[in-house]
Design a protein around this ligand. Structure first.
Ligand SMILES: O=P(O)(O)OC[C@H]1O[C@H](O[C@H]2O[C@H](CO)[C@@H](O)[C@H](O)[C@H]2O)[C@H](O)[C@@H](O)[C@@H]1O
Length: 259
């Protein structure tokens, strides 16, 4: 069990009562929470069963998907137009009725992403298996397919390039380096922002479910709510409960929906 946290499954009845009494808002990460981790980032997919569960849940609890993926990308993969989506780790947010909110400060950094992408590609070109994924406000450098002996070299070379670009910072994820604007904004702040869009005035209790270190920003930052960690990312966690894997996420959703 992840970090010895109590199991959300074993406590599902009490949690369901709390969620209903407090009219919870639901925030869901995508990769590793709704969709299994796979070797190629382009191949990640949510199952029909999971999509259906999320749709049913969203009718009970206002729901947003909060992802490191680009907003359009995660929106298309989940394919539930009635939900809100925060993409690029919260730097871009969309919702029903053409709602769109992009981080103004991060817009200014976009030309720097265009500049560093070819520099990083050149710097890493002799390491087999490195894969770039450009999101609007972040750049992922995937190394899941890189030989383990070379992964620290990938980190070193990216850090060397970023030394000259104080507008950007390097963050870690699951076998991925995320180059992000060096701006005080993250999934936790995106959730606080989304609370205003999703809920009514008195509806602030948030449940955040995620699996990765970047989800810690939401577990740590969000006031009035609770976090559920899926699996174990190996670092300190600020979550309150855990689920072992995506199958348990599904089971937990089924229990939440049971009358
Ligand atoms: O915040 P999330 O929705 O969890 O997104 C985090 C990153 O997920 C994706 O990368 C991860 O999943 C891939 C597919 O399973 C896997 O191949 C990769 O190793 C993982 O890091 C996505 O590609 C990134 O853009 C997201 O930031």
């Amino acid at each position: 069990m992840a970090n010895h946290l109590p199991s959300a499954l074993k406590n599902a009845e009490e949690l369901k009562k709390e969620f209903r009494d407090k009219k919870a808002l639901l925030f869901l990460d995508f990769d590793g929470t709704l969709a299994p981790i796979v070797e190629n980032h382009e191949d990640a997919a949510i199952s029909e069963e999971m999509r259906d569960l999320v749709q049913q849940l969203s009718k009970v609890y206002p729901t947003a998907v909060v992802s490191g993926r680009g907003m359009k990308d995660v929106n298309q993969r989940v394919n539930l137009p009635e939900l809100y989506y925060a993409g690029s780790h919260g730097f871009e947010i969309s919702g029903p009725g053409n709602f769109l909110k992009e981080n103004d400060e991060a817009q200014k950094v976009l030309p720097i992403f265009d500049k560093i992408q070819p520099i990083l590609k050149q710097k890493l070109k002799d390491i087999n298996g490195v894969d770039f994924e450009r999101k609007k406000f972040t750049l992922a450098i995937h190394y899941r397919k890189v030989d383990e002996n070379f992964t620290s070299e990938v980190h070193t070379r990216v850090s060397e390039v970023l030394k000259d670009y104080p507008e950007l910072l390097k963050a870690d994820g699951k076998k991925v380096i995320e180059v992000r604007p060096a701006i005080d904004w993250h999934k936790g702040k995106a959730v606080e922002f989304l609370k205003e869009q999703l809920g009514e005035k008195d509806q602030k209790f948030s449940v955040y479910i995620g699996d990765d270190v970047t989800d810690e920003d939401a577990f740590k930052y969000v006031d009035n709510g609770l976090g559920i960690l899926v699996g174990d990312h190996g670092n300190k966690t600020y979550a309150d409960y855990s689920l072992e894997n995506i199958d348990e996420v599904k089971e937990f959703f089924q229990l939440l929906l049971k009358q």
